[in-house]
Design a protein around this ligand. Structure first.
Ligand SMILES: O=C(O)CCC(=O)C(=O)O
Ligand SMILES: [Fe+2]
Length: 393
């Protein structure tokens, strides 16, 4: 068992690994006095706050025709981008050209990758070789986990950020102020693979999926290094990628009676190096691009990839980790599986000296181990200002 997994994290927080800051334009509407649907579904209270077992259970209650007040979240309609505007499509990277194209094709796709990182921070990756069948099996396995009886999921409802297997619903409501319309399951798959013994078949499919996803992430990281004019393995070496953290993070968003009044995951940036995401047939991922929230449309079978905070630090802000959020719908359950890949927990990212020298820049960030960075993101400090700003010189 990896010893890092046993270090205590911030004790009062069962917050997800994400950065749960909120856009300065986003306002909350929280009124707590009346919420019968929620209070009737509470777990035993710890005396400070009540916890809802799962949004699945709440959303499944027949009487629910509106969003309970604790879940009420207001979006700014002026920031909504037009999903049909072609300007609003994330770039596409053809993975096959990255790994087996001619030198010319590789050079071209690396240039495209660099542009995608600089202009969007998000892109879709096609022709990656991971069978669509495996992606679907992974989504099904996660769906079956969420479908387990609530009592059977309880043993995984732990509080510590780096526990190898965790499930839950809203993170710490005392910190986040609004409950989220989603349940989650997070399983650490690297540097040590963690097996989940139920539902049947989950472990086998997640082992295969985590390996294949990591292979794709490794190649993308090489491409990112090269797009910066560095050796292909530069970032992997500097970040101790061979011991790097990989989390299988499944999100379950049940249909919501008033989708405009709730949020699946509020605006955040991912903390790692690269995240690879897939979803079932329901969309809902929105990316902040040029001050507008843009719904991400990806080709069937493509990975949606985004760069995280550690890349922003390494590149001294050249490649930025982009704000994104998950919105909900009133039609059907949405499932997404985000797989963030990061450095090893004991590795601090620092702006890359070769890049600073080339650009004639001073470093913009102090170093912090990845583990401390994740703890910071899950702490109340991340609500006062975006986590990266805490590290900015
Ligand atoms: O469900 C989604 O599309 C977004 C998930 C996400 O951003 C995350 O898990 O970090
Ligand atoms: Fe995310």
């Amino acid at each position: 068992m990896n010893h890092y997994l046993h270090k205590p994290s911030i004790p009062s927080s069962n917050t997800s690994f994400k950065h749960l800051s909120f856009s300065k334009h986003t306002s909350f509407l929280i009124s707590l006095p009346m919420a019968p649907a929620v209070t009737s579904l509470t777990e035993a209270s710890n005396g400070h706050e009540t916890e809802v077992a799962s949004i699945k259970r709440l959303a499944g209650s027949a009487a629910l025709s509106s969003v309970p007040s604790e879940y009420t979240y207001t979006k700014n309609p002026n920031e909504q981008g037009d999903a049909n505007d072609p300007e609003h499509s994330i770039p596409t990277i053809d993975f096959a050209l990255l790994t087996s194209g001619s030198p010319d094709q590789r050079a071209k796709v690396i240039e495209e990758l660099g542009r995608a990182c600089e202009e969007w921070g998000f892109f879709q990756v096609t022709n990656h070789g991971v069978p669509e069948r495996l992606m679907k099996s992974m989504i099904n396995a996660c769906h079956r986990f969420f479908d387990l009886p609530e009592e059977e999921k309880k043993e995984f409802q732990t509080k510590n950020l780096l526990d190898p297997i965790r499930c839950g619903t809203s993170a710490n409501v005392a910190i986040e102020k609004v409950r989220l319309w989603r349940d989650f399951l997070k399983v650490i798959a690297h540097p040590e693979f963690n097996s989940l013994y139920k539902p049947a078949g989950y472990s086998e499919v997640s082992l295969e999926y985590s390996k294949r996803t990591r292979e794709v992430a490794t190649e993308i990281l090489k491409g990112i290094s090269e797009s910066l004019g560095l050796e292909a393995d530069y970032i992997a070496k500097a970040m101790n990628w061979d011991r790097g953290l990989q989390i299988l993070a499944a999100n379950y968003y049940p249909a919501c009676p008033q989708p405009d009044k709730a949020i699946g995951i509020p605006p955040h940036t991912d903390h790692g190096l690269v995240t690879l995401l897939i979803q079932n047939e329901m969309g809902g991922l929105e990316v902040k691009h040029k001050d507008q929230w843009v719904l991400v449309n990806a080709a069937p079978g493509a990975f949606i990839v985004n760069i995280g905070d550690q890349i922003q630090i390494l590149t001294n802000d050249k490649y930025k980790s982009i704000w994104h959020r998950a919105v909900v719908n009133n039609k059907a359950t949405r499932i997404s599986i985000a797989v963030p890949h990061g450095p090893s927990l004991d590795t601090p990212a620092l702006p890359i000296p070769e890049l600073l020298e080339r650009e004639g820049q001073a470093p913009k960030y102090i170093g912090m181990t990845y583990e401390k960075f994740m703890e910071l993101q899950a702490s109340p400090a991340a609500l006062t200002k975006p986590c990266l700003e805490h590290l900015r010189i």
